[in-house]
Ligand binder design. Structure first.
Ligand code: AMP
Ligand code: MG
Length: 412
């Protein structure tokens, strides 16, 4: 009996149903970059905590100037981090540096460029000065108790800075998913080795490592696992400690394609194996046993052909990583662009074909078009490396003309 394969849409749905935000943990700020905050964080004090100078200059009483001009007595020098010991009386001024607290009695700072010092006196000449000038009042930025970064917000560099200034060095966040990557295959050697007869270098691992990091997750790369049941069992068993396990190779129907059976022997529940698409049909997806508080590992067995692995990652793994990290995820539909040249598609599977984004001046919306690249198929990483992504040609034979619109699966 011929079983209908899942469509890409059905397979995506099956993956996304099983991917939910990881349980929040406390992380140091240096490890929380781009994570989602899982709690509201409030200011623990006013900021600034005191009235402070915004300029290097002289703190003084506005009433002592006439049209911005006056000669005053310098009573103290104040630096950022120092505390005023003197209140200003009539005719007094304190030299003050940016960030230093304003002394009592002062209501204005005149910038140093508008003053001339002469011993313990200072001549001030600034017709543009206004009362309160160059002072940031206490609590002007935020008040104690104000919520400064909200639950659900992404920790950008400036928000990390806000948490630091509020004294929250380890906020509660949804952590970046940890992704184990296990390359498999008897024919593989590492990239610093010279392949012997019948051998090739392991390129998939580094491609996946970069894709994982680019998706904001943490790649954990394993050494090459041989096509041997015992070795695979150990390597894949270790991978099941991570939030996601990516395996490349060993998922097709060959004698040495031991990955699906090994995974099931380790308690991984198979959700699907094979999807109706090209390249990358023999993709395996399953869920490992629960890990205590944490949900079971999402396990993706990607076909070994380099381009198949990339397409499988973009279609199924990247959206899952978004959800695990608590992000909303990208819209599922692909953006549409016109083709810049003719292309003939034949076959009963939807095909993701390497394409470059180029300028488009012909008919149709926008100024960006897609140029399909001449490719030798799923083993042709070189052509994929020159592409910006993959143009989607739906199932069925069709001759496309320039200007015909197709979907685009972006590598970026
Ligand atoms: P498999 O899915 O194991 O049948 O492998 C399919 C094809 O992908 C074979 O030609 C493999 O040599 C190749 N391949 C498998 N793993 C890798 C890898 N890590 N790097 C580059 N090519 C690979
Ligand atoms: Mg193999």
């Amino acid at each position: 009996m011929k079983v209908d394969l899942l469509t890409v849409e059905e397979a995506t749905q099956a993956v996304l149903e099983r991917a939910c935000a990881l349980p929040p943990i406390r992380l140091p700020l240096s490890m929380a970059r781009e994570c989602l905050l899982a709690e509201d964080v409030s200011a623990d004090g006013d900021s600034p905590p005191f009235d402070k100078a915004l300029m290097d200059g002289f703190a003084l009483r506005f009433a002592d100037l006439r049209n911005g001009v006056g000669t005053l007595r310098i009573v103290e020098e104040l630096y950022a981090g120092s505390l005023p010991s003197r209140s200003l009386m009539g005719g007094d001024a304190s030299l003050i540096m940016t960030g230093a607290p304003i002394p009592e009695g002062a209501d204005t700072v005149v910038m140093i460029e508008r003053t001339r010092r002469d011993g313990d006196r200072v001549l001030v000449e600034d017709p543009s000065v206004r009362p309160g000038g160059n002072i940031l009042r206490r609590g002007r930025e935020m008040r104690a108790g104000d919520v400064i970064v909200r639950r659900g917000e992404t920790l950008t560099p400036t928000r990390l800075g806000m948490l630091a200034s509020a004294g929250r060095p380890s906020p509660l966040v949804v952590p970046a998913p940890r992704v184990a990557i296990v390359p498999t295959g008897d024919e593989l050697v590492e990239s610093n080795q010279v392949p012997g007869p019948g051998q090739i270098r392991n390129s998939n691992a580094v491609v996946l490592e970069a894709l994982v990091a680019g998706a904001g997750a943490i790649p954990l790369l394993s050494p090459i696992a041989r096509d041997d049941p015992e070795i695979l069992r150990e390597a894949l068993g270790e991978g099941l400690a991570s939030d996601v396990l990516l395996i490349t190779g060993g998922v097709s129907a060959g004698q040495r394609d031991l990955v699906p059976a090994t995974l099931m022997g380790l308690g991984v529940e198979r959700v699907f194996h094979k999807v109706r698409l090209k390249p990358g049909k023999p993709l395996f997806f399953g869920v490992g046993p629960r890990r205590g508080e944490k949900p079971g590992t999402l396990v993706f067995g990607l076909p070994g052909n380099p381009v198949s692995g990339v397409v499988g990652f973009l279609l199924f793994v990247r959206p899952a990583l978004d959800l695990l990290a608590g992000r909303a995820g990208r819209p599922l539909g692909l953006p549409l662009y016109p083709l810049t040249r003719a292309f003939v598609h034949a076959g009963e599977k939807p095909t993701y074909h390497p394409a470059r984004r180029v300028e488009w001046t012909g008919r149709g919306p926008g100024t960006v078009g897609l140029e399909p690249l001449a490719s030798a198929g799923s083993a042709d990483l070189l052509t994929a490396s020159r592409a910006d992504g993959f143009a989607l040609f739906p199932a069925g034979d069709r001759a496309y003309a320039p200007g015909d619109v197709v979907g685009f699966l972006d590598l970026g």
